[in-house]
Design a protein around this ligand. Structure first.
Ligand code: GLN
Length: 541
């Protein structure tokens, strides 16, 4: 029977509930349990796919094409598992299912209510995600007391009532430090637990986010005031790297009360590999500087998976990947040489819309002409092709239909087959992406033997990576590009999926998003090769 760990949050948001949840799951997984994770988002959107990255951070794409909350990315990175759409759901989805059922007449004329119909649907979805597992870690988004969260807390209360000690609640709260009084304060935690109990959930464990170590005496006080066992008050002190958290939690004894509640024998995770990687993240012996030419620099969360993938690749190379942030819009009027000269490599990530595009093209041109190690991702590949067409093939008007719908030279264009495949409605957001009309999720890619891409993936003939884009490279220009020194190193069903340059140390661009499959213990091969080559070039310079 599946055990459930439900992680709730109190006091305020951004306490690291996602990392706490992922850390717990990582510890269980490294204890040889079959574990998965579920994120519940109490907002009304049916999926986060159309939410602005500025407001919500990155949209994480699952292998089965789900556009999910960025926390799912943390989960995959921590537990090295491939999750699916089923591992994330929102209030919008729950209501959509219930309303569809009602329209079909499944409820036989009954009055449809939050309790039991909405709560039953929530429980059904939790159980579906927990099928055939030893444990499912469920993270409930938001903070206790939020109006939107109430049906979910009620569903969890019911689940706990039915499954008793098989449901374990971890409540994550804040213990603020007041500098003027030189004191840590427990009152917010007490109030938050009171609120949780008022809804009918007694927490089994407190995880206390704090800037400073929490004294034993304070933990004891909280254990009494909040009615949790003395060994179940765990601290989460600000760490230099999120990957330290599983190690810290384990040292603080987080697994013991969980094992006891689930009647499992002592849980002894094997953390040797994890520790080694964390050590390399904290004390790397080398350094490499990557120019990150992006648009959403105000909110770096929108590049979360890529930033983490670079950390993974760095750790496996015993190197710190230092980023030089380049605002692509401002870069349009900067001196490329001056800005990029001191960087060891150039990275152009994915993006939407035309803002800042010319700056990215300028950076690509510099990398191509000056032999800088380069990786282009999704939009990065599309722009690399446009740059090549404009400056190598002398097609002055080379463009993408995304920026110029009537361009006479559509190097990057829309293919009808990929439009409205899902029958989804077209919803325009101010970022530009349209809901339900993208090529999403994992696709097979055939790799050309002998290329840098093939080498990066250990000689694999077929690789599987995830996509999230609407436009494609136009095959009409392929021959001309190849004649001028461009190699198509990856393709699938006639689509250009990866390119590189013949006369360049390492210039690779991919239509997929390699960052979505990078895990701490299993880094993405393309990004690993990018960092390896940047280090190589640096040492030979
Ligand atoms: N905007 C481009 C497209 O839709 C690239 C998308 C991306 O970089 N994820 O095709």
């Amino acid at each position: 029977m599946t055990n459930y760990i439900v992680v709730t949050g109190g006091v305020l948001s951004s306490l690291g509930k996602g990392v706490t949840s992922a850390s717990v799951a990582a510890l269980l997984r490294n204890s040889s349990l079959k574990v998965s994770m579920l994120k519940i988002d109490p907002y009304i959107n049916v999926d986060p796919g159309t939410m602005s990255p500025l407001e919500h951070g990155e949209v994480f794409v699952t292998a089965d094409g789900g556009e999910t909350d960025l926390d799912l990315g943390h989960y995959e990175r921590f537990i090295d598992a491939t999750l699916s759409k089923r591992n994330n759901f929102t209030t919008g989805q729950v209501y959509q299912t219930v309303i569809e059922k009602e329209r079909r007449g499944d409820y036989l004329g009954k009055t449809i209510q939050v309790v039991p119909h909405i709560t039953d649907e929530i429980i059904r979805r939790i159980k579906a995600a927990g099928k055939d597992l030893d444990a499912l870690v469920v993270e409930l988004g938001g903070t206790v007391g939020d109006i939107e969260g109430l049906p979910f807390y009620e569903a969890i209360r019911q689940l706990k009532h039915r499954l008793k000690s098989k449901v374990f609640n971890i409540h994550v709260t804040l213990v603020p430090y007041l500098a003027v009084a030189d004191e840590l304060k427990t009152k917010p935690t007490q109030h938050s637990v009171q609120e949780l109990r008022r809804i009918g959930i007694a927490p089994d464990m407190l995880v206390l986010r704090s800037e400073k170590p929490i004294p034993k005496e304070m933990k004891r006080k909280l254990s009494e005031a909040c009615d949790v066992e003395a060994d179940s008050v765990i601290e989460a002190i600000d760490a230099k790297s999120v990957y330290e958290m599983p190690l810290k939690f384990y040292e603080d004894g987080l697994l013991k009360p969980i094992a006891k509640s689930f009647e499992l024998s002592d849980l002894k995770p094997d953390l040797r590999e994890w520790k080694k990687l964390v050590k390399r993240i904290l004390e790397p012996s080398r350094e490499v500087v990557v120019a990150f030419v992006g648009k959403y620099l105000e909110l770096k969360e929108s590049y979360k998976s890529l930033l983490e993938a670079l950390i993974h690749a760095g750790a496996h190379n015993d190197a710190k990947v230092k980023l030089k942030w380049i605002d692509s819009e401002a870069f349009e009027s900067e001196d490329a040489q001056k800005t990029l000269e001191k960087c060891d490599a150039v990275l152009v990530p994915g993006g939407f819309g035309s803002r800042g595009v010319e700056g990215k093209i300028k950076a690509i041109k510099y990398a191509r002409e000056n032999g800088k190690v380069f990786l282009g991702i999704c939009l990065g590949l599309q722009l690399a092709l446009i740059e090549f067409a404009r400056n190598k093939l002398h097609i002055k008007n080379a463009d993408s239909q995304e920026f110029n719908a009537n361009t006479t030279e559509p190097i990057v264009y829309l293919i009808d087959e990929f439009i409205d495949q899902s029958g989804g409605k077209q919803i325009r957001t101010h970022q530009g992406p349209l809901g339900g009309t993208m090529r999403l999720g994992e696709y097979e890619c055939n790799v050309k033997a002998g290329t840098r891409l093939a080498k990066a993936y250990g000689g694999a003939e077929k690789i599987y990576e995830r996509h999230r884009h609407r436009y494609e490279a136009n095959g009409k220009y392929r021959e001309a590009c190849e004649e001028a020194g461009l190699i198509v190193s990856g393709e699938a069903k006639g689509l250009i999926e990866a390119i590189e340059l013949r006369d360049h140390p390492w210039f690779v661009a991919v239509q997929f998003h390699p960052e979505f499959t990078s895990r701490l213990q299993n880094p993405n091969r393309a990004i690993l090769a990018f960092i390896e080559n940047a280090l190589k070039q640096k040492s030979s310079a």
